[in-house]
Design a protein around this ligand. Structure first.
Ligand code: PGA
Length: 226
């Protein structure tokens, strides 16, 4: 199985021109064999990159259509060629008070629409609650990202040992077949440790994904070592 690297651009960059530049640099440098490289720009830029094979979004709503001002449905994402969606990111849980119940509805809706869903969890109870009612032994298209709150966007990555322990617990809780990624202050210095030492299937990268050079260094390192 390929190593999965997900670039979560968050609410960056500020302009369309910058987004185009960033995308072009990443795409140009990312001719890799052993990596599934997913890029998740903000919604407004998604359409622009719809020719990219592994496009993702950072969120979705749980309904297909209707009177839900400001929301974007999984079906809309599919129609602009998004194949992936991140659900339950800790920043949404924190700033928008997204609860496990809401995350759960979004996961189900996105799976039903045929998207690959990257579910962010900060620990076992979030994993349990967010995945309620989903048949984990049968489900395809589900990826879990372990993102400890203290490590997301802080420059304080989780220790490899602690991350590995959580990876094992999450694997156990979810039946062992669902890929588990690590996210939280990943850099070119620590990226391969999470995959090679702690056994994660890949990485969810925020800050380092909008620095093209740094991001490509991570991608290349993992591609060579796979
Ligand atoms: P970070 O973000 O790499 O900037 O810590 C990770 C994430 O938000 O998924």
């Amino acid at each position: 199985m390929k190593t999965i690297i997900v670039a979560n651009w968050k609410m960056n960059p500020q302009t369309l021109a910058e987004a185009k530049r960033l995308f072009a640099s990443v795409e140009r440098g990312a001719a890799v064999k052993n990596i599934e490289l997913v890029i998740c720009p903000p919604f407004v830029y998604c359409f622009l990159f719809s020719a990219f094979r592994l496009l993702g979004a950072q969120n979705c709503f749980w309904q297909k259509e209707g009177a839900y001002t400001g929301e974007i449905s999984p079906q809309m994402l599919k129609s602009v060629n998004c194949r992936y969606v991140i659900v339950g990111h800790s920043e949404r849980r924190k700033f928008l008070r997204e609860a496990d119940e809401v995350v759960n509805k979004k996961i189900k809706a996105a799976l039903e629409a045929g998207l690959k869903v990257i579910v962010c969890v900060a620990g076992l109870s979030q994993a349990k609650e967010s995945l309620k009612g989903i048949n984990l032994s049968k489900v395809k298209n589900l990826i879990i990202a372990y993102e400890p709150i203290f490590a997301v966007g802080t420059g304080r990555p989780c220790s490899i040992n602690r991350a590995e322990k959580m990876r094992i617990l999450i694997n156990k809780q979810t039946g062992g077949k669902i890929p588990v990624l690590y996210g939280g202050s990943v850099t070119s210095q620590n990226a391969d440790h999470y995959v090679k030492k702690a056994g994660f299937q890949g990485l969810l990268i925020g800050g380092s994904s909008i620095k093209a050079k740094e991001f490509l260094t991570i991608v290349k390192k993992l591609d060579n070592k796979s």
